[in-house]
Design a protein around this ligand. Structure first.
Ligand code: ZN
Length: 193
């Protein structure tokens, strides 16, 4: 399904249960990254991500089994104001190294697992080697929340969903219940009572 607007081409986001989300995606060659097909893929991914207020999306989530993830934090996203305006970042063939193995837990959600949130512990610091949209090699150091977001997006390229990494499934929550019982605000209010 493609919903065509004047300037956007929002593609349907695959949801949990679709076997394509569980496949390993293939790497792209430099020639492929420099092709028109790749430019269109990035447009489709970013349009689909923005239409659903996500901060990241991976190509398999729109049914393309290639190693491409994009993230975008901007001031319009009210859920993550602390991330500021970092703009769009494109990662091709990303390879992660853990630089700080100390685990941190964030409550994660996923466009492919709608309406749920769950706590996932992941390493606090990583470095990433990847190709950018001009097929140039790049590297990035990431810590804290950004490290979690990147690990989540790169997991998609290997068929892993965040729910696979939840150690205590009794906490997996619908968003309403997450807000009521588990959000930092709810916990804070509980402590104050
Ligand atoms: Zn996801």
């Amino acid at each position: 399904m493609i919903l065509q607007g004047d300037t956007v081409a929002v593609r349907q986001i695959l949801r949990m249960g679709n076997p394509l989300l569980r496949q390993r995606s293939r790497e792209l060659s430099k020639e492929e990254v420099l092709s028109d097909w790749f430019s269109q893929l990035i447009v489709d991914m970013t349009d689909s991500m923005r239409a659903t207020s996500g901060v990241g999306i991976a190509a398999p989530q729109i049914g393309e089994l290639v190693q491409v993830s994009v993230i975008e934090f901007n001031n319009k996203n009210e859920r993550y104001p602390e991330m500021g305006n970092q703009g769009l970042k494109i990662f091709v063939n990303p390879v992660i190294k853990v630089t700080n193995p100390k685990e941190q837990t964030f409550w994660e959600g996923c466009l492919s697992v709608p309406d749920l949130r769950g706590p996932v512990a992941r390493p606090k610091g990583i470095s990433v080697e990847y190709l950018d949209e001009r097929a140039e090699p790049q590297s990035l150091e990431a810590e804290n929340f950004l490290a979690t977001v990147l690990q989540h997006e790169f997991d998609h390229l290997y068929g892993t969903l965040y729910i696979d990494r939840i150690k205590d499934l009794t906490k997996l929550s619908f968003i309403e219940e997450y807000k009521q019982f588990w959000s930092p605000q709810a916990l804070h209010e509980e402590i104050e009572d």
